[in-house]
Design a protein around this ligand. Structure first.
Ligand SMILES: O=C[C@H](O)COP(=O)(O)O
Length: 263
């Protein structure tokens, strides 16, 4: 099957690193970068930011005149009811979020979220019109074949019941590369992402899903990965807006290569 190439995607989660005010300052910086960047304006590069919950509504407002999308770091499995402390996909959609992160390694490791919970959150996002940013990744370093197998198991579990026509971003994040000094080796990322794409391509419902890499990603990485990935999911190394701007430049160069024209 021929794959229609999507926009090169650059997403950033600020996790729980920023204060409220710094979250809004970051959103304003992203708005300025997006307003001036032709590849963001044309849609060749899609940018999303995922701030801390209390900053979501104001971040949506700051970015509303830009193409930048705003997502949530988590989502409840249910849409309403007696679930103290949870935030539903319905409310996230109501305030203008268009994505929700699910299955992140930190949610699995620190908060005990299982594959089953990840599946329910994925389906909650889709049910509410949100694009899931589905994080998958092997727990321990090992061969690329073993990594693909572990990730495909996670994908198969999370995507059970996914309707045809759904939009979803697969974020390949090896657990051992998150919060590390350096990302996984480029050859490892390339091999695993190729395996994941091959798996997705074998099911028509999943063939259009983007595969992006996360785990200590920063400026300079995208150029080493070439067309094997559809973009990056960044944390610490894009919390400086200047670093994010550099990654967006690199994404624009990749988008030009994918479009068959020189960068
Ligand atoms: O959500 C983003 C990823 O977990 C990567 O975070 P990190 O780049 O700080 O390791």
């Amino acid at each position: 099957m021929t794959r229609t190439l999507p926009a090169v995607t650059v997403g950033v989660s600020t996790k729980m690193y920023f204060s409220y005010e710094r979250s809004l300052a970051y959103a304003r910086s992203v708005a300025e970068i997006a307003a001036e960047h032709p590849a963001v304006q044309s849609g060749a590069v899609e940018v999303f930011v995922i701030p801390t919950y209390p900053a979501l509504a104001e971040t949506v407002r700051i970015l509303e005149r830009t193409p930048v999308r705003v997502g949530a770091q988590d989502i409840a499995t249910a849409d309403s009811g007696a679930f103290t402390g949870e935030v539903s996909g319905a409310v996230l959609a109501e305030i203008g979020c268009t994505l929700a992160e699910v299955g992140h390694a930190e949610r699995r490791r620190l908060f005990g979220e299982t594959d089953l919970v990840t599946r329910d959150k994925t389906q909650a996002a889709l049910r509410n019109g949100l694009t899931p940013v589905l994080c998958i990744g092997e727990r321990m370093p090992g061969s690329t074949d073993a990594a693909v197998d572990e990730c495909v198991d996670q994908l198969t579990s999370a995507l059970a019941g996914t309707p045809e026509g759904s939009d979803l971003v697969v974020a390949y994040e090896p657990h051992w590369a998150i919060g590390a000094p350096d990302p996984a080796p480029a050859w490892h990322i390339v091999e695993v992402c190729r395996g994941l794409r091959a798996h997705l391509a074998s099911d028509q419902r999943l063939a259009s899903f983007r595969v992006i890499y996360g785990g200590s990603a920063g400026p300079g990485l995208l150029g080493q990965l070439g067309t094997a990935v559809d973009g990056l999911f960044l944390g610490r190394y894009a919390h400086d807006p200047a670093a994010l701007a550099t990654v967006i430049d690199e994404a624009a160069a990749l988008a030009a290569v994918r479009a068959g024209s020189p960068a």
